[in-house]
Design a protein around this ligand. Structure first.
Ligand code: GLY
Length: 326
């Protein structure tokens, strides 16, 4: 048994392994681990206290995938619910659909008895407001909802970038933050993958990234392995990154070769906005690996023989990045 996670999964990985050791399924373990990250007030890219969209609304995305049946559930741009991962799982188990967004997802959550919560706390509200202060003319903040928003989105940022020194000149980078990824393999050999995020800080309302898109930010198949992504979701959507790694393993590549090939796919992307990308992966034998285009990035894993998770370096693969350059 093993659980693999992005480093912000540190608050949940032990619980995830405890669930596996108690006989829970890979899906139980992934959900249990991610719920703790979603509730972590120190993590401003996932769940409660996530950074909001440009209008100050926290919109969450999550998905979960069962590698045994290839069943999935995903929610996108959902407001007012702290645990989108649990809503995604409930959707998978209760509906013939695989994805709900916005009001539809909120309606489903209410019908299923999920509790409504205010997600924007004072910290995230303050940082959001400070971020806007430099962009807006006097008096504009008060009528933000009436402004044309698209020009302001240049100031938005994907989860990895907003937590780095690239973004906040006067703030320390937030350690162990960003979208969260969990992959678990249980005692039966079933694999499950889960992803949860508040997405880009100050994003355009309704924006979805890779996290709720199966094949982009999340994919699991018992026969071949699993992968999940963090970073600039638009890139993983464009390159079908999570599914690509699993497909490369299906084609007979090792996990290391598959990850490198998926990263090189990202390097083929053109356009003005290319940023940070990270992948965690697990092969069908239970071997973990992780990949990044950010030097020094790491990931976590924990097997049933360990008392604590280990933090290991990700394999660094340089890809070109651009930010609004022609
Ligand atoms: N990778 C998460 C996002 O772009 O929303």
């Amino acid at each position: 048994m093993i659980v693999v996670a992005s480093t912000n999964g540190n608050v949940g990985i032990r619980e995830s392994m405890r669930v596996l050791k108690a006989g829970g399924s890979a899906m139980d373990a992934v959900e249990a681990g991610i719920r703790l990250v979603e509730s972590n007030p120190e993590d401003h890219s996932v769940g409660f206290s996530g950074y909001p969209n440009i209008l100050g609304q926290v919109e969450l995305d999550a998905s979960i995938m069962d590698g045994n049946t290839l069943s999935t559930g995903a929610v996108g741009a959902i407001r007012g619910y702290e645990h989108p991962i649990s809503i995604a799982r409930k959707l998978m188990e209760s509906l013939p659909h695989v994805m709900l967004v916005s009001e539809g997802a909120e309606r489903f959550a209410a019908e299923m008895g999920f509790e409504k919560t205010e997600l924007l706390d004072d910290y995230a509200r303050t940082v959001w407001k400070q971020g806007l202060d430099s962009l807006l003319a006097p008096g504009e903040f008060e009528k933000l909802d009436q402004l044309t928003l698209w020009r302001l989105i240049e100031a938005a940022s994907d989860p990895e970038r907003v937590n780095s020194d690239l973004y906040f000149a006067n703030r320390k980078p937030e350690k162990d933050a960003g979208t969260v990824n969990f992959i678990a393999m249980d005692g039966k050999g079933d694999i499950c993958t889960g992803v949860s995020t508040s997405g880009w800080a100050w994003k355009f309302p309704g924006r979805l990234g890779d996290s709720p898109v199966i094949g982009a930010g999340n994919y699991a198949h018992n026969k071949y392995g699993a992968a999940a992504c963090t970073g600039m979701g638009e890139m993983a959507v464009r390159a079908s990154t999570a599914r690509s790694i699993v497909l490369y393993m299906k084609m007979g590549k090792t996990i290391e070769e598959a990850g490198e090939m998926a990263m090189m796919d990202l390097d083929e992307l053109g356009g003005r906005y290319l940023s940070r990308m990270n992948i965690i992966a697990l092969d069908r034998y239970g071997k973990p690996a992780a990949f990044t285009n950010m030097e020094g990035a790491s990931y976590l894993y924990m097997t049933d023989e360990m008392d604590d998770p280990v933090e290991k370096p990700r394999i660094f693969i340089e890809t070109h990045t651009t930010w609004n350059e022609n």
